[in-house]
Design a protein around this ligand. Structure first.
Ligand SMILES: *Cc1c(COP(=O)(O)O)cnc(C)c1O
Length: 425
């Protein structure tokens, strides 16, 4: 006990002491004295990621052009090899996963390939999506000769935080050719029911695609078993592969052989790529959706970062700790911050890896937190987004974050900061 509270600092410390993943933290560079609660925006550097990057630089220095074949691991098949390492994280076969491009480009590549107005003119999305997804989908609709205002069917939120599965299912009918949704909403942290939505899409003759940016590396997926048609994600959030790291994509094997909308030589069958024929011979795998030469220096850190996931015992173990951390955070907010609301679903089946703490002064509170060395994100209009990454954040960190929030609110410390003006992140 600690004053009127049920949860104490020593409870947090005990939980850290019995956390089987607590040692992973020592492999990360945590900015000095900071509580880094922003691992879902930009994950931190690990010594593993740094070593893999150093190795790629060293092999470039030593081998020059020969690195494509003679580097260890060779650069020519680096994207496919990383796909193979990523496959268990998303529940797919090695051939169904590859790294390529950025997430936004992968949305263009896959929506552009799989959208077919003859299957159904409408694409179902939701009103709380990350904006880039809508920009890319609208652009793809235009390039297919459609009016995006007509063809985009946007499922609205009832409460401004979450999307009801029932409302998604109601939006899927015979006019729908594609459903494209996130796994986890970037603001509230709601986790969607991927299986139910995929089944409903398939029942209506539509394809189901997902953006896993806020779940890959922190939530296990079973894309193949569920039969998801395609998915995209980035590696710089929970997977800690560095700013602008190469992104990932999955294409279900039933779609192998479909000609990619964004064809490029790096998607050619590896066996014939260097025959340099002017007719494109797409790889019979997700590898076909690569476009140009793999950026080795933005792929190498991922190779190291994946060691962390494997040493944790897989993404299931990270998910288990992540849920314990977010449960702990929610309990503390309930207990100590009555003026704040938790905007994230409490049900484990509906929660991603972060927690949205809502307050009318969220913007200025997030500035006050940063001033105290607590790194969080603000998201319009009223969300302080707190992401305790299970790879390097512990229970004491969560406890201290809430203590900082309590002190900021008690002292109205946020009043020292300017109100937000338009155009400021
Ligand atoms: C982070 C994120 C992206 C980022 O896309 P980039 O092309 O890497 O800039 C896209 N979609 C969602 C849902 C995200 O959370």
């Amino acid at each position: 006990m600690d004053g009127d509270h049920d949860i104490s600092l020593s409870d947090a410390r005990e939980r850290d002491a019995s956390d089987p993943l607590s040692d992973l933290r020592d492999r990360f560079s945590i900015p000095d004295g900071e509580l880094y609660m922003d691992g879902n925006s930009l994950g931190l550097l690990s010594e593993d990621a740094e070593a893999a990057l150093d190795r790629a630089v060293e092999q470039w220095r030593e081998l020059g052009i020969r690195g494509w074949t003679d580097a260890d691991p060779d650069w020519f098949t680096y994207g496919e090899r990383l796909g193979e390492r990523l496959a268990p994280l998303v529940g797919a076969t090695a051939e169904e996963v590859v790294v390529a491009n950025s997430t936004t480009v992968n949305i263009h590549a896959l929506v552009g390939t799989f959208y077919d107005p003859d299957r159904g003119e409408k694409i179902v999305v939701d009103s709380l999506d990350f904006p880039t997804d809508h920009y890319a989908i609208r652009a793809q609709l235009r390039s297919h000769g459609m009016d995006p205002d007509e063809a985009l069917r946007v499922v609205e939120s009832r409460d401004g935080r979450t999307i009801e599965t029932e409302d998604v299912l109601d939006a899927i009918d015979e006019n729908v050719g594609m459903v494209f949704l996130p796994s986890v909403l970037y603001r509230s942290g709601q986790l969607f029911d991927i299986e139910t939505i995929t089944d409903a899409a398939h029942d209506a003759g539509a394809l189901a695609g997902f953006d896993l940016a806020h779940s890959v590396g922190v939530i296990p997926h079973s894309l193949s078993a569920v039969g998801v048609d395609f998915a995209v994600w980035c590696h710089y959030k929970y997977l800690n592969a560095g700013p602008g790291a190469i992104a990932g994509l999955y294409v279900n094997e039933r779609h192998f052989g479909t000609t990619p909308a964004l064809a490029g030589w790096w998607g050619n069958d590896k066996a014939t790529q260097f025959d340099m024929e002017l007719t494109y011979d797409p790889a019979h795998s997700a590898g076909a959706f690569q476009v140009g030469t793999i950026p080795i220096l933005s792929a190498a850190p991922l190779d190291g970062a994946l060691d962390i996931v494997e040493d944790a015992g897989g993404v299931g173990a990270l998910r288990e700790k992540s849920l314990e951390l977010t449960d702990f955070l929610i309990e503390l907010v309930d207990e100590r911050l009555p003026e704040c609301e938790v905007g994230t679903p409490r049900d484990h089946d509906a929660r991603g890896g972060h927690v949205a703490v809502e307050h009318d002064e969220a913007y200025r509170i997030s500035l006050a937190l940063k001033e105290r060395g607590v790194i969080v994100d603000y998201r319009v209009p009223n969300v302080v987004r707190i992401a305790p990454s299970p790879a390097y954040i512990g229970f004491e960190d969560v406890y201290r974050t809430v203590e900082h929030l309590r002190e900021i609110l008690d002292g109205s410390e946020y009043e020292e900061f300017e109100r937000r003006s338009a155009g400021v992140t």
